[in-house]
Design a binder for this molecule. Sequence first.
Ligand SMILES: *Cc1c(COP(=O)(O)O)cnc(C)c1O
Length: 357
Amino acid sequence: MERVYNFNAGPSAMPLDVLKEVQAEFLDFNHTGMSIVEISHRSAAYQDMQDDTIAVLKRLMHIPEGYHVIFMQGGGSMQFLMHGANFLKTRGGYLNTGVWSDKAMKAASYYGEVYEVASSKEDHFSYIPDESTFTVKDGTDYVYMTSNNTIHGTEWKTFPHVDVPLICDMSSDFLSRPVDVSQFDYIYAGVQKNVGPAGVVVGIIKDDMLQKARENLPAMLSYRTFVEHDSTYNTPPVFCIYFVNRVLHWIENQGGLQAIQKRNEKKAAIVYDAIDRSQGFYTGHATKDSRSLMNVTFNLGNADLEKEFVAAGARQNLIGIKGHRSLGGCRASIYNAVTEEACQALADFMDEFRKQH
Ligand SMILES: *Cc1c(COP(=O)(O)O)cnc(C)c1O
């Protein structure tokens, strides 16, 4: 078996060590004589594992007192609706920096007024707006943002300070760098970009924020249900949470989020340098100061050449470098599990392809 260089945007590359560990213990989870997919979510073996997952996450992110960690299903898209159901009473402000925040704004509008606090839409979402351009209206329940824009390849380098609660979709750069959790009132992340298989969303919710959540919601739409029942009101996605557990331990063994960030910066520089030294053969989509460490987006001038680029890459085991259908061009997603070696292989290929064309 040959493993390829995987640049898929999500689901995406997972650490090889974790895949092997999961494989090795798949038939017998923690001496239960059963697979993790066979044990009861009401068993002590499961509960211990879930508790440990939360404990490791709290260590890694330095989550302060006064926050709860919850696990939900329905992906990021369900959160687009759920944050509105819980928190939108009068109006919600959105930092519209890409397709995902746009969708969140539309979904939440079912519950009240939504508006843009700032947007980079007019420039094809190629940059992160400056805080000085924000307008937050009176009576705003929260400001909502997307820390990393998976499709357009931009990322907030620092997080804005607003006078209302801050909600953040961290799906595509979750655990790629340290963040100050205390700046946020609600963080969520679908795990399938950086920390696990598709099927679970991690939520980190501040207790004060939970107090503000709308009452009288259907149980499965209410964050209270997940906090009050420790994410086991119904059957949680047992396998996904277990897999996330193993990835969290892997991150801890790598030296934690500071070490991961350093590595991600080095990896991203390898690929961005290949764009920058190409003298316009490759054009980056994001402005330089807004470049994502997770998703490198670029184009090659014309669609035929891009097609050839993607096909030639695939022949060298470079997989997943076609851009998102809504933006076109090319994209290399270089999440935590993508190695420096893979980034170097891509950069070498980009140099070679440029010389040939
Ligand atoms: C992929 C992605 C989503 C959508 O996640 P689904 O689980 O497919 O609904 C939402 N937000 C961001 C930032 C993403 O990258």
